[in-house]
Ligand binder design. Structure first.
Ligand SMILES: [Zn+2]
Length: 487
């Protein structure tokens, strides 16, 4: 995610005018995307993976989406697994008491007053038999499903749910012509192989506590005439009148339904980008430059498709594998969206490709995404511009002190979003800039090695630090602790 505070149009951040910015961008697209060197996609690993077969039926009059879901998965535990756990994040939005919305954005999230969201469970079945399941938290976001699997055993369960889409501006919300179903579809919780057990972290108002494994998705959307789905993979209208999409090795699948809006599309080699954004925003060439910049630094694009959607999301933006939500408010200025889009696209590497612990170690993907924005500014607009962005993103936040929480703390310890932004994004980014200095400018090479080591998997902070020690052949734990664990 990228919070909106402190974000300014790129042009103003770089202290240049529109014509110079456009000229620089035009020149750079040729430098970063020379003919014959178009974007390539990382090879998806082989082998059996978990799979989700989803059928979503949209009911605009009721404000609901019914979901039929078949989840095929392998026992992730070393031994016998009594219960699997599914996450129903949308249930946190069922009441005003539990809705994970910070007080300072409550009004912009619910401009027409509170509207509940809910994933109502209609039934869970295994081999045609109904299972007796129970939510294990008071907000009903973690469902325990009795599966009784032996080590290495696979099974299929079917889950029927009715999603009540809240009338709100958020990851999941419905407005007149655009429904976004971010983090609304029930998914398997992440299994912690070190501790042995599923992660059932609280869904709070700060950060993005979404943890899930990569799986293959087969998604069908049935929508009334005039509505069209978009999302983490391109949808095609089938002869059955339904829309179908498939994505391999992806850890979540964003679905968006729009009415009367047509996305613009552009291909950059093996990667296709589609954008559903205001008419006057020239987002596609910029997205191509960002993908090219990050592919050059961090390795091939994780997925062959990227969907960019402007919505009334009250924060700056939100990342999904193969998709990005951007706040409509960013489009009020000519290039107000550019740095936020760069941050969200960087999450295709730092989150979608390698998941880090978004609850215990949020800096690990947020600060790396911020550092990637500095790289982008430097590559596209030159060293001076990179310096200015680095000053804003890393050095200015370091001038702020006196906090009672450290940048490396779990998200639950941050009292407000401004502190979270300053420490996790700002001080975290300063840590990476310091690492880059220590590594003689080889931080991108280290990050690439880290991504290669954990591609399509999960990396804890310890994994990051171990990888850093291997790469640098030095013990940098004191430097790391100085930035991340010091008040
Ligand atoms: Zn982010």
């Amino acid at each position: 995610m990228h919070l909106k505070q402190g974000i300014m149009p790129l042009r103003r951040a770089l202290c240049i005018g529109i014509p110079i910015a456009l000229l620089l961008a035009a020149v750079t697209v040729f430098i970063l995307l020379p003919k014959g060197n178009a974007l390539s996609v990382r090879q998806i690993p082989g082998g059996e993976r978990d799979g989700y077969a989803l059928t979503l039926v949209m009911h605009p009059e009721e404000g609901t989406v019914s979901v039929r879901e078949t989840i095929t998965f392998m026992n992730p535990a070393k031994g016998f697994l009594e219960n699997a756990v599914l996450r129903f994040y949308l249930n946190a939005f069922a009441s005003e008491d539990t809705a994970p919305v910070a007080p300072d954005v409550w009004q912009s999230a619910y401009p027409d007053g509170f509207s509940p969201g809910e994933a109502r469970l209609m039934g869970v079945f295994k081999d045609g038999e109904a299972l007796s399941c129970a939510f294990i938290d008071s907000a009903c976001t973690s469902l325990s499903v009795p599966v009784a699997l032996q080590a290495g055993e696979r099974c299929s369960i079917s889950v029927n749910t009715v999603l009540r889409i809240p009338d709100m501006c958020g990851r999941c919300g419905r407005r007149e012509n655009l429904w976004t179903l971010g983090n609304a579809i029930p998914l398997l919780a992440l299994y912690d192989r070190d501790q042995g057990g599923y992660r059932t972290d609280d869904c709070g108002s700060i950060g993005d506590p979404f943890l899930s494994e990569c799986a293959d998705f087969d998604v069908t959307v049935i929508a009334p005439a005039g509505w069209k789905p978009y999302g983490s993979a391109p949808f095609a209208l089938g002869e059955d009148g339904a829309f179908h999409a498939r994505a391999k090795c992806i850890r979540d699948f964003l679905v968006v339904c729009s009415r009367g809006l047509e996305a613009k599309r552009m291909a950059f080699g093996d990667v296709t980008v589609e954008a559903l954004v205001p008419e006057n925003a020239d987002v596609l060439p910029s997205a191509g430059r960002m993908l090219a910049c990050f592919a050059e630094s961090f390795g091939p694009c994780p997925y062959p498709y990227l969907f960019i959607c402007a919505s009334d999301f009250p924060y700056g933006g939100m990342e999904y594998p193969g998709a990005v939500l951007l706040s409509e408010a960013l489009f009020q200025e000519t290039d107000g969206w550019e740095l936020t889009l760069a941050h969200e696209i960087a999450h295709q590497w730092f989150y979608a490709l390698v998941l880090s612990d978004q609850v215990k170690s949020a800096w690990q993907d947020e600060a790396t995404a911020e550092y990637a924005v500095i790289l982008y500014a430097r590559k596209v607009y030159g060293d001076d511009s990179g310096e200015r962005i680095q000053y804003q993103k890393a050095l200015l936040p370091m001038e702020q002190g006196g906090f009672d929480v450290t940048p490396g703390a779990p998200i639950g310890l941050f009292g407000d979003s401004e502190t979270y932004l300053t420490l996790v994004y700002g001080h975290g980014c300063a840590y990476l800039c310091a690492l880059d200095t220590y590594l003689d400018g080889r931080l991108p090479a280290f990050l690439r090695a880290y991504l290669d080591a954990f591609a399509y998997g999960f990396a804890t902070r310890a994994d990051f630090e171990n990888q850093l020690q291997i790469f640098s052949e030095t013990d940098l734990s004191a430097l790391t602790a100085d930035f991340l664990d010091t008040y």
